[in-house]
Every structure is written in C-alpha cells, then in structure tokens.
Ligand binder design. Structure first.
Ligand code: C2E
Ligand code: MG
Ligand code: MG
Length: 357
C-alpha cells in the first residue's frame, strides 16, 4: 500500500502514508518500515557465482513537520539521504534530527567482523551464564557470544550484534553460535565428570529475528540436533518480541514446527518490545525472561515491582515458566522468589564465563 517511485539514477522516493500516532510514534514507525526495506536490500545476492553485498541509505522527511512544499521536501530528503550514504551502509537519517554518527568506525567494525567470520577458526567464543532454580541448582546456561578482535580486544555483543543484524552478518554469526553451543552441550553431557550437572541442562541460545526468518532455519536446527547428537528439548531458542513484528502467521508456523520436534522457546527481554498480549497466548513459548531493566530497581521502584509481579502472574496464568534476568542482589532474589519466580540468572550467581570455567 506504499508508493515507490524512481527519482533518478539510484535514487528512489517512498511515500509512507497512514502512519499512526504523534510525530515521534510516526517517525519510529517510518524508521522501522524503512529499516526492514534496507535489510532486504542488504541480503547477500548471488549473481553469476559472485556474492554481492548491496546497501542503501535512506533520508526521511516528515510531513508537515519538515515542510509542506513538495520540491523542498525532496531536497531535504536528498540531503538526509546523502548523510545516510556518507555514513556507510543501511542507515536511516531523519532530516530533522541530523545525528552525528561515527560512520567510519562503524564501517570498520562491520568489515572486521566479516573478516572474523571468514577466518578459520573464527576469533569468536561463547561465554556461558548459569540459570539457577529455586533450590540454587544449575538448571541451564545461556550462551553469550564474544568477539576477540586483535585491535579492539574482547568486543561485547552489545556493540557488534546490532551491526551484524543491519549488515546480514548475523546469519553466519548465529549459525556459528548454534554450532558451538550444541557441540559444547554434547561434550558436557558425554563427559562423566560433568554428567551430574550436565545431563538435564538446558542450553539457551539467542536467535535474532533476521536469523529466524531465514528460509532454511528449521532444517538447520534439525540437522544440527541430529548431527551433534543432543536432545532437542535441551535446546532453548531465545527470541525477542521483534520476531513477531512482521508476518506473525509464518513465525507461529515456524515456531510450532520446531516445537513439535521438541525444541523450546523463551521470549527474551520480555516487556520491552512491541508485541501485544494477544500474541502471547498463540505463541508456543515455554518461558518468559523478565528483562533486567525491570529487575534492576525492583526493590526501590514500586512501578518496576508492579511490572515484575504482573509478568510473573501472567506467566503463571498462562502456564509458562519465568526467568528473571540481571539478578544482582540478595534482596532482588528474595523479592522475585516471593512473587513466585523460580528461575533466576544474574551476577549474584555468576557472570557469563568462558567454557573452561
Ligand atoms: P540478553 O540475551 O538479554 O543477555 C543477557 C545480557 O545481560 C548479557 O549481556 C549478560 O552478560 C547480561 N547480564 C546477565 N546478568 C547480569 C546482571 O546481573 N547484571 C547486569 N548488569 N548484566 C547482566 P551480553 O553478554 O553483553 O549480551 C548482550 C546481548 O547481546 C544479549 O542480551 C543478546 O541480546 C545479545 N547476544 C549475545 N549473544 C548473542 C548471540 O549469540 N546471538 C544473538 N542474536 N544475540 C546475542
Ligand atoms: Mg538472551
Ligand atoms: Mg535478555
């Protein structure tokens, strides 16, 4: 229902109508729509045996905020688009908020990450963070990726996952993570020294929406489980609400298919996304993970305490398990257990640790 026109050369104009809400909400909706479009353009394209990585930048003007005059709007959009192009790849710039980006550093990060993924062995590693049950026993671990870059040191996923998502590198990166996490779980479960705690261990792996939407995602998971030799129910895929943003039916179908093979799902960072509660009852998830932003001030902030209690109550009513993230203090743990949250994860128990630890 949008209008797309070629202005000239490699310049196109897209008219988004029917944006909802105030200027801020409408801008956010426009940005999300454009980011999805840019993500599709950024998908690697094979032409005559060559893999091409295309990118596009977008300049955005809001009507009538920026102007009401069509030629002026086009000029402003073009100015913003040039900023987006200068910044490198797949960027959305609003004319009205000319953001200053460290463009060259971001570009360098992406190309270094691309090189890292091509290297054998890749300079990536997983840290594992325990999830603890109400008796303080190890119930599972979450695999969290790190990148060891010679120049930057150990790079946090907070820095490179968003870049990997915007550039499409998240797909090979995510595949590497799945492979490594499954292999580690298999090794633990088959080592007599680890059997006491590893046999019933759940391995939680974060999966990006972009990665989940790949056409071969289901077959990849199925073949991984069969090849590495782990039980499907010991693998838990952590999705965020962003996976629900488009094509809900296809997402539900994909999740149901994996679920029928025994693979479990957790909804990560619950409460911070855009999903409607109506989705929740249709999703084949087994767990909600309470985002750590709600846990942080749980004992000081009445609103956060109310949100946490509500999520736990909601989970109980829907017969879902609930895991609290970012539990750092004993009072937080007492409050969470008091509300009936049995599974906890956080620095109080352990930071994410390298495999040998
Ligand atoms: P997440 O999945 O919500 O992971 C939890 C993050 O909270 C981790 O940060 C963890 O180190 C941190 N954390 C755990 N307990 C505490 C605590 O008590 N206090 C505080 N302040 N922080 C705590 P990390 O490892 O930096 O990962 C950040 C995010 O990066 C993850 O958030 C996840 O969204 C993403 N990520 C990490 N690994 C992967 C991956 O393999 N694939 C994808 N797609 N995303 C990943
Ligand atoms: Mg997670
Ligand atoms: Mg989380």
């Amino acid at each position: 229902g949008q209008r797309l026109a070629r202005v000239d050369g490699d310049t196109f104009a897209l008219l988004l109508c029917d944006l909802q809400g105030d200027l801020n909400q409408a801008s956010a909706e426009a940005a999300r729509t454009i980011e999805r479009l840019l993500a599709v353009i950024a998908e690697p394209l094979e032409v005559q045996g060559q893999v091409l990585h295309l990118s596009a930048g977008a300049g955005v003007v809001m009507i009538p905020n920026d102007s009401r005059d069509a030629p002026e709007l086009l000029r402003e959009a073009e100015t913003a688009m040039h900023r987006a192009k200068d910044a490198g790849d797949s960027r959305v710039y609003f004319f009205a908020h000319a953001l200053q980006e460290a463009a060259s550093e971001r570009l360098a990060l992406r190309s270094d990450l691309r090189r890292a993924l091509e290297a054998k062995p890749a300079p990536l590693l997983l840290h594992y963070q325990p999830q603890v049950d109400s008796q303080g026993r190890l119930a599972g671990v979450e695999a969290l990726v790190r990148w060891h870059d010679p120049r930057r040191g150990l790079v946090s996923p907070v820095q490179f996952i968003p870049e990997a998502e915007a550039s499409g590198l998240i797909v090979p990166l995510g595949n590497w993570v799945l492979e490594e996490a499954a292999t580690t779980l298999h090794r633990w479960q088959n080592d007599p020294a680890c059997a006491a705690w590893a046999t019933k261990l759940t391995m939680a792996v974060n999966v990006s929406a972009r990665q989940f939407r790949e056409a071969d995602f289901i077959s990849r998971i199925e073949s991984l489980i069969a090849r590495v030799g782990i039980a499907a129910f010991s693998l838990e895929l952590e999705l965020t609400e962003s996976v629900l943003v488009d094509d809900l039916e296809a997402t539900l179908e994909k999740m149901a298919q994996l679920r029928s093979h025994g693979v479990r799902f957790a909804l990560d960072d619950f409460g911070t996304g855009y999903s409607s509660l109506a989705y929740l009852k249709r999703l084949p998830v087994s767990r909600l993970k309470i985002d750590r932003s709600f846990v942080r001030d749980l004992c000081e902030d009445r609103d956060d305490a109310a949100i946490v209690a509500s999520i736990i109550g909601l989970a109980r009513s829907l017969a879902l398990e609930v895991v609290a993230e970012g539990v750092e203090t004993a009072p937080q743990l007492v409050a969470l257990r008091g509300e009936g949250c049995l599974l906890c994860q956080g620095y109080l128990f352990s930071k994410p640790r390298p495999v040998e630890e």
